[in-house]
Unconditional design. Structure first.
Length: 172
């Protein structure tokens, strides 16, 4: 408030000292420049509210990228708990399929927890199949940032996860 009042006072003094014609406009270029400078020192516009910021279609972005290398993957982004959840329905090559998922999330610069679940039909000793979760790994955003998806050894890809469950059928 004090700064605005001071600027207004300086503007009035300049206007009076340089002269103002009867129409109210400044008679010298210096006065109009000072008046413009005083009016341009207003506060910046307020930050937009969350409702005004367009939502990112994370599911669409990642699904398009991930489907190229992991065609059986489904991406689900949960805003409530800020998690990108990728569900892969496959058994073969899930370690290798984890790489493009990590790469897509890292390249998209998504600041969210990454959760990868792999579902597969498992057979019991009697030959009966039933669908089951064979993998659940969770990576914090800072962990994803540290990983080089192209360079990481497949033996370590789940070991660096912040949380993991690996079914014995997938262990080496």
């Amino acid at each position: 408030m004090i700064a605005i009042g001071s600027l207004m006072a300086v503007g009035i003094v300049v206007a009076v000292s340089t002269g103002v014609d009867e129409g109210g406009s400044a008679s010298s270029p210096a006065a109009s420049t000072t008046a413009r400078a005083a009016s341009s020192t207003t506060e910046p516009p307020p930050e937009p509210s969350p409702e005004q910021v367009p939502e990112r279609n994370i599911e669409g972005e990642l699904t398009e990228v991930i489907r190229e290398d992991v065609p059986t993957a489904t991406v689900v982004y949960t805003k409530d708990d800020n998690t990108v959840h990728v569900i892969v329905v496959t058994m073969g090559g899930i370690r290798a399929q984890t790489k493009p998922i990590l790469k897509a999330v890292k390249d998209a610069n998504i600041d969210a927890m990454l959760r990868i679940d792999a579902l597969a039909d498992l057979k019991d000793r009697y030959g009966n199949s039933s669908p089951d979760t064979v993998l659940r790994v969770m990576y914090k955003p800072e962990t994803v940032a540290r990983i080089d998806p192209d360079g990481i050894d497949l033996r370590h890809i789940w070991a660096v996860a912040d949380e993991s469950y690996v079914h014995p059928a997938l262990e080496w």
